[in-house]
Structure formats: C-alpha cells, structure tokens
Design a binder for this molecule. Structure first.
Ligand code: NAP
Ligand code: ZN
Length: 377
C-alpha cells in the first residue's frame, strides 16, 4: 500500500496574526468577498480584524453574512452570484465549519460554471478563487481540508464536494476569536476534532505521518477535557467556568492537526452515520459524532485490539468503555431514536464510501447495533 501526504495550505498562527500579516491579502487578489454566519464573526472581533487588514492594504470588500449552520446548496449559489456580480477575485471565510465550507463552494462556483446536478461530481475545471480562512470554532479543521460539506436535500444527507482545488490558500489561527464560544459548542466542536483524529487512525488510508498528527491532536484535546467537564457542570449549576486562552489555543491547534489528518485519510463509519443524525434529527455535527464514536471504538477493540489500544493509549485509557463513559459525561442527556430511524440510517450509512474507508468495516447489522447503543442513556 502506498501513502501520500498533501497539504498545500499556508498556516499562520498567533495573536493578531491577521492584522500583522495584512500584506498577504495583496497576493490573493484585488477585491474580496467576506463569507460569514449571521452573528459570531461580528461579535468575536474576527470580521473587524479582517476588515482592518484589508483596509490597511487598500483592498475593497463586501460581506455575505447569510451562511447558516449546515449550509445549503442554495446558499452557496447565492454567495457565488454575489461574488461574480461584484467582480470579486478572492474569498475570505470566517467562522465555524459552515461558513468555511460555504466559502469553499463559493470560491469554486464563482470561478467556473457548475450545474447543480454536477456539483458533487468531482469533475471540475482547474480554476477556483484564492481563499483565506479564519476558523472561529475548534472542531472541523475545514481550514486545511479539501472538502466542502453541504446539505443535500435530494440525497437527504450531507454530501461533500471533494477536490484538491478546495484547499484554502492561507489560514489564520488566532484563538482569541474562540474565547466566547459557549460551553456546549466548545464541547461539540472539540469532539468533532477528536473524532477526526480517531477516525483518521481507523482509516485504511492512515500512515505514520497522519497517525503522528492524530496522536498529538488526541493528547491535546484530552488535556482540555477535565476543564471542559468542569465548565459544563458549572453551566448546569447556573455558574460559569471559562477555559483559558492557552486551552483555546490547544483546542484550535488540535483541530487544525485533526483536519490535516482527515485531509489524508477521510472519515469513517462515525461520520457516515452522523450525517443522518444531523440531516434528519437536527443533531449538531460534533455531537452526532460523539454519540457514535465510543461505540464504534468498542467494535474496533473487539476486532483489532492493537489498533484500538494505540488510540486509547493516546487518551491514557486502557479500555474503549472508559472513553465511551467520558463521552457520555460530555454529551449529557441523549435524544431518542426510533427503530425505524435506526433501520433507515444504518442502511444509508452502509452505502457510503466512508465504510470502505474503515479498517474495521461494520456490516449493516453492526451499524444498527451501534446506533441503538449510541442512544442508550
Ligand atoms: P457552525 O455551524 O459553523 O457554527 C455553529 C454555531 O457556532 C453558529 O451559530 C455560529 O454562529 C457559532 N459560532 C461560530 N464561531 C463562534 C465563536 N467564536 N463564538 C461564538 N459562536 C460562534 O459549526 P461547526 O461545528 O464549526 O461546523 C459544522 C459544519 O462543518 C458542518 O456543516 C459540518 O458538516 C462541517 N464540517 C466540515 C469539515 C470539512 O473538512 N470541511 C469537517 C467537519 C465538519 P454564526 O452563524 O453567527 O457564525
Ligand atoms: Zn466532522
């Protein structure tokens, strides 16, 4: 088996890194479209810093701030039309995975005409607008992946545009933008990053390079878990415990590294099933993965104990059950799932490419059992 490692995105980290590197924007183009969600980029200072940097180097911009969570196909076509009508020649996406994924699709659609029916085909011309990304959640790693994941109503799931064209040109990581991310969002997104690192190690495409990044990412996230749990308990008790900026930096860098992992390995059965939980039950992406991850690792532990053991060692655990219990604490009370839903979601997941990507390939029966166990209180 051969392996490859490809990650063409320039990564810039640190306090005030956007404003300190304003000149970089002049290498991307002459007019920018800033792509964000409705509120958070305005509240956490990231949009202001981007505007300050653009103004410092005389680059005009406009803002498309209509990206919703789990962005739709209509949203990215709307953003691309705005970009084309205004002669924009590069994209700056600010936010969580949703604005970043939308920003990628907008960069693609503004540079070439793609019919909706061909959007996920993978057959594109070799043009895309340059992209600068500012992640403000520490979870998806979209700032260093070649995936744009959109809500696909025709397929009743979330579907990825996958092409190396979608690697952002540059990404700026400044943890201060994540400081006011709420406890539940912080936990869900951290679990998403953890899931990327763990699933990367469980992928048939894992390599020594991706495993090294994954193990480091797992360790960094796990080092923040006790304080995340404390913050969750404080929230439940009506008080507040906040993570330190240092911890926010750890989580943001761990998420970056886990993104670098899945850019090489793809994801596995956990994400395959998670998409149905998000599409049909409106369960947050990271939380959906968290519900499934512990149960899947238990299956891996039975079939490939050495592989599971390496992942658990990075967490300082000896058994997958310890990890499942920890996830249960982080997730709190679970949603309900019907037997019809279990049947439907496991059938859908069994037909995805993610299953072929698993070292331990669950059967449809395994998927059914995993879904049922995932929702057990
Ligand atoms: P998100 O949907 O981008 O954002 C969730 C919520 O968090 C939004 O309400 C957002 O508000 C808010 N928010 C963002 N940053 C904040 C901050 N710093 N402070 C306070 N609130 C903030 O959530 P996400 O979990 O980051 O992204 C999930 C999406 O990423 C899913 O669509 C998933 O499929 C995708 N994903 C992509 C990849 C990839 O490789 N491309 C990998 C994993 C997941 P605003 O709307 O106001 O901004
Ligand atoms: Zn994910």
């Amino acid at each position: 088996m051969t392996n490859k490692y490809y990650m063409p995105t320039r990564v810039i980290l640190g306090d005030d890194c956007i404003v300190k590197n304003s000149e970089l924007f002049t290498t991307l183009g002459k007019k920018a479209l800033i792509v964000t969600g409705a509120q958070s980029a305005k509240r956490n200072g990231s949009e202001k810093d981007v505007k300050t940097a653009l103004e410092a180097v005389g680059i005009p911009y406009l803002v498309y701030d209509k990206v919703m969570s789990n962005p739709t196909i209509a949203c990215v076509y709307e953003g691309a039309t705005l970009a084309k009508e205004n002669g924009v020649d590069f994209i700056i996406a600010i936010g969580g995975g949703s604005p970043m994924d939308a920003g990628k699709a907008i960069a693609l659609l503004a540079a070439q005409a793609i019919e909706e029916g061909n959007l996920f085909s993978g057959n594109y011309e070799k043009t895309v607008l340059p992209m600068a990304f500012v992640p403000t959640t520490a979870g998806t790693g979209s700032e260093v992946t070649q995936y744009s994941i959109l809500t696909n109503d025709k397929a009743q799931t979330k579907t990825s545009i996958v092409t190396d064209l979608l690697f952002p040109t540059v990404t700026f990581l400044d943890a201060k933008y994540t400081e006011r991310l709420g406890v539940v969002n912080t936990i869900n997104t951290a679990i998403d990053a953890l899931s990327h690192a763990v699933e990367g190690m469980l992928s048939v495409r894992a390599s020594n390079v991706s495993d090294a990044l994954a193990v480091a990412s797992i360790r960094m996230i796990m080092s923040c878990v006790p304080d995340m749990l404390q913050a969750l308990r404080a929230l439940q008790a009506g008080t507040e415990v906040v993570l330190t900026l240092k911890q926010r930096e750890q989580l943001l860098q761990a998420s970056l590294m886990a993104g670098m992992v899945i850019a090489q390995t793809g994801t596995t059965a956990v994400h395959a099933m998670g998409y149905s939980l998000t599409y049909f039950k409106n369960i947050d992406h990271g939380r959906a993965n968290g519900l499934l991850l512990g149960v899947y690792l238990k299956l891996v532990e039975r079939v490939e104990p050495d592989l599971a053991g390496r992942i658990l060692a990075a967490m300082n655990f000896t058994e997958a059950e310890q990890f499942r219990e920890l996830l249960n604490q982080l997730l709190g009370e679970k949603e309900e799932i019907s037997s019809e839903e279990i049947k439907q979601f496991s059938k859908m997941a069994s037909q995805t490419k993610n299953i072929a990507n698993c070292v331990v390939k669950p059967t449809e029966d395994d998927l059914r059992a995993m879904l049922a166990l995932s929702f057990a209180q």
